[in-house]
Structures are given as C-alpha cells and as structure tokens.
Design a protein around this ligand. Structure first.
Ligand code: KG4
Ligand code: ZN
Length: 325
C-alpha cells in the first residue's frame, strides 16, 4: 500500500491506496474552509499552522496500516510553499520511521487522476482543469506525455468565483456560493463582455470580467446580486466554451474530461456537454467528492509512479509553485 499526503492549499488530506488493485483503503480530509472564510480567501500562514495540527491527527488513524506501506507519496508542486512544506515534512518523517521511499507528486496530475480513483486509466484525453489556482487545457496522451495547450493569463476560473463572492460578502470558497445564488438569477440581465472574444489566441483571462462585475456590484443593491451572479457565471463559462470551440477546430476531442474543484459546477458541466455533443465525444468527470483537493488522487498518481520506480531521495525533495506537468 501507499500512504499519500496532500497539503497544497487549504485541505489537509491523507489516503492509503492498495497498489495491485488501485483500491482506496483509507481517505480522510480536514478542510480549513471555515477558518479562511472570514478573510474571504486563504491566509497562507494560518493554513500552514492548521496543516501542522491536522496532518498528524489523520496520520494517527493510519497506524494499523503502517506495516503494509511500501512508499509514502506527497504533493510537492504546485501550491503554497508554506503549506506544501507541512506535507513534505511529514512525508520525510514517515519515510525515515518506516524505512520506505518517497514519491513526489504533481498536484495537477493528481486532479487528472481523480478521474481514475479505484479505476484503470483511460488515456489519451483532452482535459479542462479548472481550480482555484489553474485554468488549463491539457492534452493528456499518457502518464509521461501531458502537455498544457492553453492556460490563463491572470486569474483562474475558480479564483474569479472566489473574488466575485468576496465582493458580495458571501464567504470562501466562492464557487458553490455563486453557483447557488445564480440558480435564481437572470443570466442575460447583465451584458458582461466575454473575455478575449475578438482575440485569435487560445488562452483565458478573468481579471477584466472580475472588474466589470465589481462595477455592477458597486452600482447595484443586494436585490441585484442573484442576477449579477447568474450573468457572471454565464459569461465565465461562455469564455471557456468559446475558446474550446476554437481549439476543437484543429483538435476535435474524442474523450474530454473536466477536473479540479470548479468542475463541480453543474452549469459548466451542462454547457460542456452541449459543446462536445456534436463531436460524439465522451465526457469524463470525477466523483463530486474527488473534484476538490484530496489525497486519494495523489495516491492514484503515486501508484503509477511506484510501478515506474519514480522515487525521490530525501535531500532532493523540493516544493515549488511551478505549474508544469
Ligand atoms: O481544486 P481545488 O479544490 O483547489 C485548488 O487546487 O485550487 O479548487 C478550489 C476552487 C475554488 O476557487 C472554488 O471556489 C472553486 O474551486 N469551486 C467552484 C465550485 N466549487 C468549487 N467554482 C465554481 N463553481 C463551483 N460549484
Ligand atoms: Zn487542486
């Protein structure tokens, strides 16, 4: 079995995965959303301190499996350096105490492998990754051949929901709050411009839309919030589908997946389904509980790496915020 640790942002999570069967034997996550909610976003120092408390508490529950562990895996990139380091420190301690090797896992690859928890992989795939830190289109051909073909030039998709929610005092994370509020709103009332709609570039940008929404919030009253939320969500998603449509002209999808925390958004799922239907492409989604950050997805990547002998020495284990795959 492999023990995996995730602490790249505001979720402390540990999983245990059986190597031969890919079965998830144990998974526990302690989320810090409530603690950060009052600040309208993640406070890195607070997150780091909360990981230092939560991770050992979860590890304690894994003791019965210690004798079966063949490796310890940990997210090392990308993420907040001060929170990644908490997971890395615990991984090193487990490695020394049990005499097992360390596997250094890329968080973005983790989100892709959230599609395959307790399953065999189904690559190649075109993937839309939408999270709090990233908005990327990835051509995932095989485990070691993954290429980012489009990404955001400024804010990410999930981040724009967090920021709009903050403008309306809705708390953190903003994605689910905005999605809920938008359900009762008029998507067409505010005529926000679709970002980069005249640009031939296949890239994303959310800062202009965020600023347009800020003006609407300032000029409106609380009664307008649901229509602002609905119109914002509509344009934020239209931006994704418009750029994807452009990308599909030269690269028609065969199998398409949406991953990352914001892939839980039902309006986004519906619009992507409509977009890919004419290509006859299958849509793959993670289970809702594995869309947001978790350690099960890190364990699933770690199984692939274990089978390829991809271990990292203690003194070579480094954290970073780089977004390459
Ligand atoms: O993948 P994730 O848990 O953490 C990162 O790796 O960033 O994603 C969290 C992000 C947050 O920005 C959150 O607001 C967004 O995903 N999110 C959503 C929804 N649920 C979570 N965004 C839009 N609609 C949602 N339903
Ligand atoms: Zn994530």
């Amino acid at each position: 079995m492999i023990l995996s640790i995730e602490s790249s942002c505001d979720d402390s999570a540990v999983a245990i995965t059986e190597i031969a069967t890919r079965r998830l034997v144990f998974h526990k996550k302690i989320s810090q959303e409530l603690e950060h909610s009052v600040y309208g976003g993640v406070v890195p120092e607070l997150a780091s301190r909360l990981h230092a408390e939560a991770l050992p508490r979860i590890l304690e529950l894994c003791k019965p499996y210690f004798s079966e562990l063949k490796a310890v895996a940990v997210t090392t990139t990308p993420g907040l350096a001060v929170t990644l380091i908490e997971g890395v420190t615990m991984a090193k301690a487990v490695s020394i105490a049990l005499g097992i090797p360390i596997i250094s896992v890329n968080h973005l690859k983790g989100h892709i492998y959230s599609l395959f928890i307790e399953k065999e992989t189904e690559l190649p795939l075109t993937v839309l990754l939408v999270s709090g830190g990233h908005t990327q289109v990835i051509e995932a051909k095989s485990f070691d051949d993954m290429k980012v073909v489009a990404s955001t030039m400024d804010d990410s998709f999930g981040e724009s929901f967090d920021k709009v929610a903050k403008m309306m005092d809705l708390g953190y994370p903003g994605g689910p709050e905005i999605e809920n509020l938008a359900k009762g709103g008029d998507r067409k009332r505010y005529d926000f411009t679709i970002p980069l709609h005249q640009s031939p570039k296949i890239a994303f940008s959310y800062s202009g839309l965020k600023n347009a929404v800020r003006l609407a919030v300032l000029e409106g009253t609380k009664e307008d919030y649901k229509d602002i939320a609905a119109s914002f969500e509509h344009i934020a998603v239209a931006h994704l589908t418009q750029k994807l449509k452009k990308y599909f002209k030269a690269n028609p999808p065969k199998k398409f997946a949406i991953v990352g925390g914001a892939s839980a958004n039902m309006y986004l799922r519906g619009q992507i389904e409509k977009l890919i239907a004419p290509y006859g492409a299958a849509l793959l989604l993670s289970e809702l509980k594995y869309c947001s950050d978790n350690a099960a997805m890190i364990g699933r990547v770690a199984v692939e790496m274990y089978e390829r002998g991809m271990f990292t020495l203690q003194n070579e284990l480094k954290v970073s915020s780089r977004s390459e795959l």
